[in-house]
Design a protein around this ligand. Structure first.
Ligand SMILES: O=C(O)c1ccc(O)c(O)c1
Ligand SMILES: [Mg+2]
Length: 656
């Protein structure tokens, strides 16, 4: 389908917005009036910029407060419209978006509104222009697509049609399936936006919290399916009003925006039609929809790679030894070491002239790459590229495996390791393995043979959560879970998990606006996003932590008060509580299931390991324990020379 974006969805001045849209390969734009009013050139110049960039101006928007008014006001509004028609002629666009009048004074008589819209359409027709009429979710007498369609039918002018905006319909939980019965040629335009569910009024929700399709929690896919069922064959156009997007660089926003539409096309392709339920929209073939390879079947992480220099490697090796990791081997051609235990593999990259060293210089000791074990790496890569990811070619030595990779939003790498190359550990073929006197048994000293990565938690700079959600969802087919809020002693952390359908890969993404929270501090010290902890699933957390303690691994201490409360809440006996308290093991129950988990102290105040035991089908992340874990981390940091920075007091005006 033709892809368009409203200029309001991108930050900056009009030329920057247009350049960003063109660079992300949009076919067209909706020019948002304020962007034109702020532009120092003439509308003709804006038109030329678009033409030079190969962008079509799909629509000029919005024209407001027109219909349902007294006769004298109507004349003034028609004059006002003629002035905007002049602008449209100079811009070279023939479609004007008109928002249904939301004024409390506007008449609720739909016949009157229709009559006046017909007059507007007649004026537009004289100039060969068309009007797309849109309902705003906070409108009074007119706030749904049905009412707008009703008015359009009553007005009965060929150049007056409906503008649909997924947000206005989905945010008020209005029925969208009925859209399929509007004749498609009467739908003049389709605007798309997603949003998280936020407990606020529709106007605030719309102006501050919209996000790109796939980033929020609404069924934009279903909405688009209904619109395609109508026979609509115009563009899909993103219209995102968002505080976060306003503050983000236009270029990266535009790339996310394009990714969201490509992903959405694929979703709709596989969606059954409402009119012909036995066939999908892809099978019906009325619209051209992207058809990338399906999301990869993931089998967990083949390895996690840390960027280190010599001194850091010594300290990290020691830290990992205390956690029970053993050296496994050295890379055949590179200064790279492999450690492991159970199913977990960690690579330490000390190569000087490498991506990893560049990453280390920028971010300090941190994970610079992960390798996902998957069924078909070539297909996974092809999908990633189809969805706008950048492929990265590494240096491959003679007889070494080629492991394809793409760049994550922070510049770290995601490798796709093909399990047909010898299973999840097949990459070990590139390593000269250490002779192990006691055989494989040496690899399961502490965490047990079944130890494997359960999930990886990352910290992200403010404003980047949605971008990462879309990256994982679109490329890997991970399913986003509901947004959650965690309480750090120094501020709020927003957290969202994403899970592979088979749950063998799970990410927990964390973001905080406050520099004093664990997330804020870690982002500051990492110089951006980074892996914050790696959770390893073990069979018996209590036994494991006992062994780690015996090896000298310091675990994160949890206050005795927590265990008092745990006893009161769950009726757990004193001896068990005392043992858990001694080890820093925490518990959370949910329905039948429960989680037992404990945390290592952090390495360099940057990342740490979690040991987790999921019992009876528990599928969460122990979010109820997060405040205590976050407080314990803050306490640990301040005792280790790393007090939190002072949070700046800011005033927040949600309506500005
Ligand atoms: O918030 C608004 O005013 C506004 C304007 C134009 C639109 O298309 C829209 O969905 C909302
Ligand atoms: Mg809109």
């Amino acid at each position: 389908m033709r892809k368009s974006i409203a200029t309001v969805s991108l930050s900056g001045m009009l030329p920057e917005k247009l350049e960003a849209a063109a660079a992300a390969r949009f076919d067209g734009v909706e020019i948002f009036e304020n962007d034109l009013l702020q532009f120092p050139g003439t509308p003709g110049e804006a038109r030329r910029i678009c033409a030079d960039l190969g962008l079509r101006i799909e629509m000029f928007q919005p024209f407001r407060d027109f219909e349902g008014v007294a006769p004298d006001q109507l004349l003034r509004n028609l004059d006002r419209a003629e002035r905007k028609f002049d602008v449209m002629e100079q811009l070279g666009t023939e479609l004007l978006l008109v928002c249904a009048n939301i004024s409390a004074d506007a008449s609720s008589d739909l016949d009157l509104r229709a009559e006046q819209m017909a007059l507007l359409a007649e004026r537009a027709a004289r100039r060969k222009l068309r009007i797309a009429f849109e309902a705003l979710a906070w409108g009074g007498a007119v706030r749904t697509w049905r009412q707008v369609w009703d008015i359009v039918q009553r007005a009965n002018r060929p150049n007056l049609g409906v503008a649909l905006d997924s947000f206005h319909t989905l945010a008020i939980r209005d029925d969208w399936q009925g859209i399929k019965d509007i004749p498609g040629q009467r739908i003049f335009f389709m605007q798309l936006a997603d949003a998280p569910w936020v407990n606020t009024d529709p106007l605030t929700h719309s102006r501050h919290y919209r996000s790109f399709p796939g980033q929020g929690e609404m069924d934009v896919t279903g909405f688009v399916g209904a619109v395609l069922d109508s026979g609509y064959n115009g563009p899909m156009s993103l219209e995102i009003f968002s505080d976060e997007v306003r503050a983000a660089p236009a270029r990266s926003t535009a790339l996310d925006a394009m990714r969201s539409l490509l992903w959405l096309e694929e979703q709709v392709r596989h969606l059954p039609s409402l009119k012909h339920p036995e066939r999908t929209h892809g099978q019906l073939g009325r619209a051209v929809l992207l058809d990338p390879p399906p999301p990869p079947v993931l089998h967990g992480w083949a390895f996690v790679e840390f960027a280190v220099d010599g001194p850091t490697a010594s300290r990290l090796r020691e830290f990992l030894f205390l956690l029970g990791f053993c050296p496994i081997g050295r890379h055949r051609s590179k200064n790279v070491e492999l450690l492991g235990q159970g199913d977990v593999r960690i690579v330490l990259n000390l190569e000087e002239d490498s991506f990893a060293r560049g990453y280390f210089d920028q971010h300090g000791s941190s994970a610079c790459a992960v390798a996902l074990a998957c069924d078909d790496a070539a297909a996974a890569l092809a999908r990633a590229e189809a969805l706008g990811a950048t492929r990265v070619e590494g240096q491959v030595g003679p007889n070494e495996l080629t492991i394809p990779a793409v760049r994550a939003p922070d510049g770290s790498l995601v490798y796709f390791f093909d399990t047909h190359q010898g299973g999840s550990h097949g990459f070990e073929a590139d390593f000269v393995l250490d002779a192990m006197p006691e055989g494989a048994a040496a690899l399961d000293t502490c965490l047990g043979t079944g130890a494997r990565i359960d999930h990886i938690a990352a910290v992200l700079p403010p404003g980047q959560l949605d971008s990462w959600v879309l990256f994982y969802r679109a490329l890997l087919g991970l399913e986003p879970q509901p947004n959650t809020v965690l309480h750090d002693p120094y501020g709020i952390i927003r957290s969202r998990a994403l899970e592979a359908p088979n749950r063998k890969v799970r990410y927990a993404l964390n973001v905080s606006d406050r520099p004093g929270t664990v997330v804020g501090r870690t982002v500051g010290q990492f110089g951006g996003a980074g892996i914050h902890h790696i959770a390893i699933a073990v069979d018996d957390v209590v036994a494991t932590v006992r062994q780690l303690r015996a090896r000298g691994m310091p675990m994160l201490a949890i206050p005795a008060n927590y265990y008092d409360d745990l006893g009161a809440k769950y009726g757990i006996e004193q001896a068990t509580l005392a043992a858990w308290s001694e080890l820093g093991v925490m518990l959370e129950r949910s329905g039948e299931g429960e989680i037992l988990h404990a945390y290592s102290t952090p390495f360099d105040n940057r990342f740490f390991f979690e040991l987790i035991e999921r019992r009876h089908g528990y599928q969460g992340y122990g979010a109820g324990n997060a405040p205590f874990r976050l407080a314990a981390l803050a306490h640990w940091a301040s005792r280790h020379g790393n007090p939190p920075p002072v949070n700046q007091h800011t005033t927040h005006d949600p309506l500005s």
